[in-house]
Design a protein around this ligand. Structure first.
Ligand code: HEM
Length: 163
């Protein structure tokens, strides 16, 4: 996958860290194949040439032993003449030991957030960390109108490591 800030080739931007995620490639293909399908990034998020989305890291803190990383920007998928609107924004990556989860803003939830995917284990690869096999939660399945069963694997999540 394309890394926006490959420190090996571009040391000038090595301080930029963020979350790189293709989310679900079949979903982006589905949206892009609609006549009115659109994928819009906003507030500092970027779409990389290989289709992955990049969300810059804005905050990092610890709560009760859990490491929380917060990312800027978002992506919105629209189509089917306004019937399909899926927005991922306010992304947070929460790691606690081997367990990790990714949460997003959800205006309809009493807590204001929903947990989209959960994963166990992470691997360092070069200057990045990779969270393999993120699995869709029940709330995550709801977000996609139950087109994917709970536990469906989304694309791996990458976190650019501290330089
Ligand atoms: C007018 C309403 C809709 C119609 C006619 C429609 C139609 C379809 C069709 C035909 C497919 C199968 C595509 C394929 O296999 O190539 C599909 C898949 C899917 N639809 Fe919709 N859909 C509608 C609304 C929605 C809404 C509101 C969502 C909300 C997120 C949604 C999410 C999905 C997802 C996630 C898939 C699976 C894509 C994949 O990974 O292959 N759809 N839809």
């Amino acid at each position: 996958m394309t890394m926006p800030n490959d420190t090996a080739t571009n040391p000038a931007v090595s301080d930029d860290r963020g979350l790189c995620w293709e989310i679900k490639s079949t979903f982006t293909t589905y949206v892009e194949s609609m006549s009115d399908g659109n994928i819009a990034v906003f507030d500092g998020a970027e779409r990389m040439p290989d289709g992955a989305f990049f969300f810059p890291l804005v905050d990092e803190y610890e709560v009760d032993g859990a490491q929380i990383k917060a990312f800027h920007g978002g992506v919105q998928f629209t189509g089917h003449h306004g019937m399909l609107v899926v927005t991922l924004t306010g992304i947070q990556l929460i790691t606690e030991g081997e367990h990790a989860s990714l949460t997003i803003e959800d205006a309809l939830s009493p807590t204001g957030r929903l947990t989209l995917v959960e994963m166990s284990g992470r691997h360092s690869e070069g200057n990045a960390e990779r969270y393999a096999s993120p699995k869709l939660t029940e709330d995550g399945a709801d977000l996609f109108f139950d087109n994917y069963p709970v536990g469906t694997e989304l694309e791996p999540i990458w976190l650019l490591a501290r330089s």
